[in-house]
Design a protein around this ligand. Sequence first.
Ligand SMILES: Cc1cc2nc3c(=O)[nH]c(=O)nc-3n(C[C@H](O)[C@H](O)[C@H](O)COP(=O)(O)OP(=O)(O)OC[C@H]3O[C@@H](n4cnc5c(N)ncnc54)[C@H](O)[C@@H]3O)c2cc1C
Length: 406
Amino acid sequence: MPGRFEVAIAGGGIAGLAAALAFRKAGAEATIVERVRAFAPVGAGILLQANGLMVLDALGLGDQVRALGTAIPRFALRDSSGRCLASTEVNVHLPPQYWPVCIHRARLHDILWQACVRARVTTHLGCKVKAVETRRAASALICETADGIISVSGNLIVGADGVKSAVRKVAGISTHLWPVVEGSVQGVVPYSVQADCHGEYLSGSEACGMLPMGRDVTFWFWGEASRTAVGAADREFAGWRDDVCRRFPPMRRTLSQYSSWDDMVRLQHRSVRCDAWSCGNLVLIGDAAHAMSPNLGQGANCALVDALALASHIAAGQPDGEISVALARFEQDRRPQVDRLQQQGQDESTSVLGRWPGSQIIVNLALRLTRLASSSRQRADVLAMSGLDGTGLDLAATGVRAPIPW
Ligand SMILES: Cc1cc2nc3c(=O)[nH]c(=O)nc-3n(C[C@H](O)[C@H](O)[C@H](O)COP(=O)(O)OP(=O)(O)OC[C@H]3O[C@@H](n4cnc5c(N)ncnc54)[C@H](O)[C@@H]3O)c2cc1C
């Protein structure tokens, strides 16, 4: 990184922490402002895929993540009774180090956080972004803290503050929030389920599933393609649990561990589409730029790739030294892949989780045909859309400028 370069990052989620680390490794100063006062172990499972794992390797954290998560070499799609309809072999194209890894979000977050501490990233917790002052050379995040207003300046401002991004709003970046189509409930239970229960269960407008996540821990999820899904929030817990167990008998043992909504994650998913990801020397990454449907498991992976790609583009510099030019090239490289993943996730959520009564029959039929045709195709498609075609696994294909500057 030429000269002293300061990056001010709004948000200490997966995108913000990974970006801070990547910029530190590239030789820049990095400061994170995060609205929460302390990180609580929130969330449930996250599936890290080849693109996200390659970024974690580049940051020196891949082995730690693999040691604390569980590799998922194949993914079964099942009917509501648990019968396997299709099995997607993810290892056909991939060397084992890139098999998807299921890990607790809080573990991944903690690994990134500890690495930021070691890399001497400056952090302000309990610090909420309220405004941005943009100037040509150095801009600033204006933040509210318990002790008053502080200003954190940087040559570059990164909005990594999630789906409801304050940075995006105050920067006036025009944004479309796609219609809400999915809500989900997720959790973890402290035991292993049998391998023949792993995978995703489909039934009409609902899907749920279970995946191993570390030793003796199972990640489970339930999702519904309707506005009433968050609705799980307003529903009486026992009624929801009993309904899900009746429709998906293999989920009974897992859901019977709970007697209330406590200890679960309930999320309403939105897709964010911005007209542009940057404006002047301010840029959005992760969910702030392009939150997507969760069904391809690419949200956190794309956030990781964004972080490394952004640092690599800034470090590569531009002949005229204009940050805005580097930011435009970053978006040019990343956006086509992200757009494709967003579109595919949206299409799958409306087709697989269709709401009309005959959809279950069509889904079962389609899945059987898929199995006959090629059980690995879907996963390969996601890889290709994320820029990795399985033959030349190369981060440069995901929008990261080579060589990575460290
Ligand atoms: C609490 C939580 C739990 C989640 N659990 C899961 C899960 O179990 N499974 C899954 O697949 N995905 C989960 N996700 C989503 C997943 O982590 C993200 O899709 C993905 O990692 C993208 O990360 P991100 O850093 O862009 O956004 P986020 O993970 O949303 O991080 C944004 C960060 O910015 C902070 N922030 C927001 N506004 C401000 C502000 N004004 N000033 C300062 N800081 C601000 C937030 O507190 C947060 O730490 C969860 C997200 C959150 C926030």
